[in-house]
Design a protein around this ligand. Structure first.
Ligand SMILES: *[C@@H]1O[C@H](CO)[C@@H](O)[C@H](O)[C@H]1NC(C)=O
Ligand SMILES: *[C@@H]1O[C@H](CO)[C@@H](O)[C@H](O)[C@H]1NC(C)=O
Ligand SMILES: [Zn+2]
Ligand SMILES: [Zn+2]
Length: 439
């Protein structure tokens, strides 16, 4: 923030003399701590825990978040928050504040995974084969928590907070559908977070620029000629062909990628014959590929197709490759806006101190949050959950994954602080020509 902005902001504070920033020195830097105190109140915490457990017991997969979406709308309704629904099938877009520019968006994902929960506890998933194993139940709850905090301090908002409850992050690119729905066109900045089992409770981590890889999926059918397993000379064996294909695919990263420009190719699916003594007609393989740049992703995609088809032909098989882009659009890399990152760091330090903010290296997991960042400046970060009673914690997508509910107040207050401060700092900018725009 420039000195001019700071002076203006302090001037605003004297005008409002509000709760959020009157607690100590009439200082914007108090907002995050004050929100955290509010979110840790016993009644507020218990309310969030109750919501998170209800969502956890009823996990729903991408674009099927019917009950979760209904719960979100019911809670927003109780708070008196207006919303748009349906957006992107099951998505909900809420609005708090003046209804005018500037606009800042906060995002949570609502979908679960096709995993059978293995954690035995009172609020275990009641849906066989489905589980909130990535913490999206916590993200949805944190955004509802932020909504409640923001609504309670609505008159202090210098603009409008747009709440994005999106479907289908785990494939299906719900974020892309939200962007395409056109509901975020006037948004100046969007923030999102993910719970992390690797960071301590109340610790935050992120970085400027590249944070997470881009990713795509592929599926290939390798066709030969089936036959008796004892008479290979009369068959064309697609199992061996597929095995050679997988070996060759592993050379793309080791031999063709720049060792300093990380990439991943994993074959995770292999479907052949059901019998021990039958060579199948065909084998289907499938997997994922990751890269840190759009160019790296495109290059991998071209080579994956070439390697599969030509290597299959070495074994006299034919192969077709499908990148499944209609159903699962490839995710671009997640890249944090530079100015938003500086802003984020100042909020995290104001809330939790410099000792609780950690700069991370980029990671090869991916996030469909990147679709927002293609359309507007965006920032994504990780929020720690580990404490003495919860460590070590299982990784996301594990059937043993657990959320430490003590993290809920941190997430809610971080999101509320990012939105409130972003609006205060952008509305204090001298350029107010678009202040009267309605969303
Ligand atoms: C591969 O495709 C060619 C051309 O369509 C066909 O002649 C051949 O029989 C196919 N081979 C196998 C093993 O399916
Ligand atoms: C002020 O905002 C208007 C409208 O968004 C934009 O066209 C203009 O470039 C901005 N001016 C400055 C100095 O940022
Ligand atoms: Zn996930
Ligand atoms: Zn996730």
């Amino acid at each position: 923030m420039s000195v001019a902005k700071l002076v203006y902001a302090v001037f605003i504070l004297h005008l409002f003399n509000s709760f959020l920033y009157s607690c100590s020195s009439n200082d914007l830097s108090q907002i995050p701590k004050n929100f955290l105190t509010l979110a840790k109140r016993e009644d507020f915490f218990n309310w969030m825990v109750g919501i998170r457990r209800r969502i956890h017991e009823h996990p729903e997969l991408g674009y099927e978040e019917v009950e979760t979406s209904k719960l979100v709308r019911t809670e927003l309704g109780k708070m008196g928050v207006s919303y748009k629904y349906p957006v992107a099938v099951t998505g909900v877009i809420g609005y708090i504040g003046t209804g005018h520019a500037p606009f800042v968006a906060l995002r949570a994902d609502m979908d679960a995974l096709p995993i059978q929960e293995m954690v035995e506890w009172e609020h275990k998933s009641k849906i066989p084969g489905k589980m909130h194993a990535c913490g999206h139940d916590a993200h949805t709850t944190m955004l509802l928590g932020a909504a409640k905090l923001l609504k309670e301090h609505q008159e202090e908002l210098q603009g409008t907070v747009v709440l994005v409850f999106q479907p289908a992050e785990e494939g299906g690119a719900g974020a892309k559908k939200i962007v395409e729905a056109g509901v975020l066109e006037k948004v100046d900045a969007i923030f999102g977070l993910h719970v992390s089992n690797l960071l301590g409770l109340g610790q935050l981590s992120s970085r400027e620029g590249l944070l997470m890889a881009g990713s795509g999926r592929f599926k290939a059918k390798i066709s030969g000629r089936g036959g008796h397993a004892a008479l290979p000379q009369f068959a064309i064996d697609p199992v061996l062909a597929a095995s050679n294909v997988i070996q060759s695919l592993q050379q793309l990263v080791s031999r063709e990628a720049d060792p300093l420009d990380s990439q991943v190719v994993t074959v995770a699916k292999f479907e052949g014959s059901d019998a021990f003594n039958v060579i199948p007609d065909s084998v289907t393989i499938g997997g994922t590929f990751r890269a840190l740049s759009p160019r790296g992703l495109e290059q991998l995609k071209i080579r994956i197709e070439q390697v599969i088809t030509t290597q299959a032909s070495v074994s006299m098989c034919n192969a077709t490759v499908d990148f499944l882009e209609d159903v699962n659009p490839p995710f671009p890399p997640t890249v944090n806006d530079k100015d938003l990152h500086l802003f984020y760091e100042s909020i995290s330090v104001d809330m939790l101190g410099t000792e609780n903010y950690f700069e991370t290296l980029p990671v090869m997991v991916s996030e469909d949050f990147s679709f927002y960042q293609e359309a507007m400046p965006g920032h994504f970060s990780f929020l720690g959950m580990q404490d003495k009673t919860h460590s070590p914690m299982a990784n996301p997508h594990s059937p043993f994954f657990e959320v430490n509910e003590e993290s809920l107040p941190y997430g809610a207050s971080l999101l509320a602080s990012l939105a409130t401060r972003h609006l205060l700092e952008s509305s204090s900018s001298p350029n107010k020509s678009n202040m009267k725009d309605e969303l």
